[in-house]
Design a protein around this ligand. Sequence first.
Ligand code: CA
Length: 225
Amino acid sequence: MKLLLVEDEALLRHHLSTRFGEVGHVVDAVASAEEGLLQAQHFNHDIAIIDLGLPGMGGLDLIRQLRNMGQTFPILILTARGNWQDKVEGLTSGADDYVVKPFQFEELEARLNALVRRSSGFVQAQIRTGRLVLDLNRRQASVAEQPVPLTAFEYRILEYLMRHHQQVVAKERLIEQLYPDDDERDLNVIEVLVGRLRRKLEAAGESQLIETVRGQGYLFTGHCQ
Ligand code: CA
C-alpha cells in the first residue's frame, strides 16, 4: 500500500516510515499539512495518517481540505491522550478512525489494515476469487490452498490489482506501490513483474486473471470478494 504520513515530530515520523517500510508499504512522509496537501494532489495514496497537532495549518483543516477536494481515501488521525474534543472534531471533519499517542506500532498497523480493507469493500482479512486466495495479514497468495511463491513486489502488485478488480489500473499507479520517489520509476519494471506474476499464477493453475489493456494498464478480471 501507499501511505501518506503527516507528522511533525521527526523521530516518530522516521520511526513510522521505517516500520511501515519493513512491513512492505511505501510511505510518503511529510512534516506539515501544506506538504501533505501537495502530496495528496500529486500521488494516489491508499490511506493517510494525519497528526492533528501540526505547526501552521492544523491536521483538522488538512482533513477538511482533503475531503473538500473530493479525496476519498481513509484517514486515520493521531491525537494526544485525553483530548476527546479532538477525536470528535477529527471524525466530524472526515477522518475514519483515530489512534491515541503514545501507541504501539502494531495497534496503528492493525487499524490501518482494517480501514483499508473496509474502504475497498472487503470485510475479511482475505481477498478471494475462485481458488485464488490472498491472505492480507500473512501477505501470501495461494491457489487451492497451495502457497504461490511470490516476491514482495509481486505480492504488492497482485494485492493492488485484486483490491481494484474490474478496474483498469495504470502502470504508473502500480509503480507508486513499489517505490516512494520518481527517480527509481521505470515502467518496464512493472511489465517484467506482471509477466512473472502471470507465469507463477499460471503454474499454480490460474491463468488469464490479469489482462493487458493496451495503452492503459492492467485489468484483474476475477470477481474478488
Ligand atoms: Ca504534533
